[in-house]
Design a protein around this ligand. Structure first.
Ligand code: ATP
Ligand code: MG
Length: 414
């Protein structure tokens, strides 16, 4: 008998592995330029880690996990996603104590027992990033900008960013109630799964892939009617920042994403040349997850992208990191869009750039820049912003000079 790969799994042969290596290189490279460090966690974990975080009523937990009873008792599961393991590691190693802002990324295989088809495998690969510690919209914008940069450097065409906010706190329970009120009279037209979800988790109904149910969704209430004033403000600030970064997006108030832990900003990058499985990347804020898994309350946001789907839809490659770290210090809250923009312009030139998203003082940020071994610091204060100038401090020589904002590219090119 000749053995074959198990259904839904694939070999990556030498003729393909160079493409994989190139994709991995670009991910490492862009992540480094944004100041993200790699984390690697085990392939299997305690089953409860996933049921508690991803949610009992999700497709993943209810039917897609590879789970078994260990010989010494206890239930183990091959990881079906990587946010929960990364959060576990964040808590287990008290990473929050090492720095108030942790920027992490990962890459590796995942396992879900789905029906194999184009763009859907049982063992597949994701890379993803997670930022722990900041609740502010500039962190949301940075996360999305990392995805946007990777996809454009990969030469991915026809990618659309879809954006929504799931609100926070009370908002979800009001929305849950409104969905129940809407779907209850239509119960007979719902699938068996959706009927069950109607009681426990009606948001999941919006995730349905069933075309009959899709028709019912059209009249369903929209989450946007339930946002608190703070949710609304947070979300419009995220949108403003994306606009100032020239990252186009479409609003989609029915996008709830397939996992339970999201709060506020959620997003997907969709590729139009992939067919039915068109999402290359999905992510969002999960401000309550660290707490749910036993850590201190810590706001966080991240995304995960499917590497097979990226390879299916791409054709060219980009550039690599040069020089040492540049740290951008912005002291004016209303200029955070400009600061993100400036950071990106310097990254475009190939430099690694870090930007504080905790709104700390000049002194604290300079200390941080020194600790990280930055070569240069770009400072934007009230006066610089009014005069359209920038202070550039060379941390190796201690010299500081003022340049016109329009000379930024020139300054970093020489
Ligand atoms: P989909 O709607 O396509 O099922 P999802 O919501 O289950 O996606 P996530 O759990 O957010 O996806 O995973 C992030 C990304 O991982 C997806 O956007 C996709 O690119 C990829 N992905 C998810 N499941 C698979 C799979 N079975 N095979 C290959 N890639 C996958
Ligand atoms: Mg899925």
């Amino acid at each position: 008998m000749a053995f074959q790969t198990i259904k839904g799994t694939h070999d990556i042969l030498p003729e393909d592995s160079t493409r994989w290596q190139e994709l991995e290189r670009i991910i490492h490279d862009v992540a480094a330029r944004f100041g993200y460090s790699e984390i690697r966690t085990p392939i299997f974990e305690d089953t409860r880690l996933f049921s508690r975080s991803v949610g009992e009523d999700t497709d993943i937990v209810s039917k897609e996990m590879y789970t078994w009873e260990d010989r010494s008792g206890g239930s183990l599961t091959l990881r079906p996603e990587l946010t929960a393991p990364v959060v576990r590691a964040y808590i287990q190693h008290s990473l929050g104590r090492k720095s108030p802002l942790q920027r992490l990324y990962y890459m590796g295989p995942l396992f879900r027992r789905e029906r194999p088809q184009k763009g859907r495998q049982r063992q597949f690969h994701q890379f993803g990033i997670e930022a722990f510690g900041s609740e502010y919209p500039e962190q949301d914008a940075e996360i999305i900008a990392v995805g946007h940069t990777i996809f454009s450097e990969l030469g991915l065409k026809d990618v659309t960013l879809k954006l929504n906010s799931l609100g926070s706190g009370e908002c979800r329970s009001y929305y849950k109630k409104a969905l129940q009120d809407y779907f209850n009279p239509l119960k007979d037209q719902l699938s068996e799964t959706s009927q069950k979800r109607l009681e426990t988790n009606p948001l999941r109904i919006l995730d349905t892939k069933n075309p009959e149910e899709h028709k019912l969704l059209a009249g369903a209430p929209s989450i946007s009617d339930f946002w608190s004033e703070d949710d609304q403000k947070h979300f419009s600030h995220v949108q403003d920042l994306l606009s100032s970064l020239d990252i186009p997006f479409e609003l989609d108030s029915r996008m709830v994403r397939g996992l339970d832990y999201y709060t506020r900003t959620t997003f997907e990058f969709i590729s139009s040349n992939l067919g039915a499985q068109d999402a290359v990347c999905g992510g969002g804020r999960y401000d309550k997850l660290v707490e749910t898994l036993g850590g201190k309350p810590t706001p966080a946001i991240g995304f995960a992208a499917g590497m097979e789907r990226i390879l299916m839809s791409m054709d060219s490659y980009g550039k690599s990191v040069k020089g040492n770290l540049v740290y951008v210090i912005n002291l004016v809250e209303s200029a955070s869009g400009k600061a993100l923009q400036i950071a990106n312009e310097i990254r475009e030139l190939g430099f690694a750039v870090t930007l504080d998203t905790l709104r700390r003082s000049l002194k604290a940020q300079l200390r941080d820049a020194n600790k990280m071994g930055a070569g240069k610091v770009v400072i934007m204060g009230e006066e610089e912003i009014n005069n359209q100038t920038l202070q550039i401090k060379d941390l190796t020589t201690g010299k500081q000079e003022e340049i016109a904002e329009s000379d930024l590219v020139k300054h970093f090119t020489v």
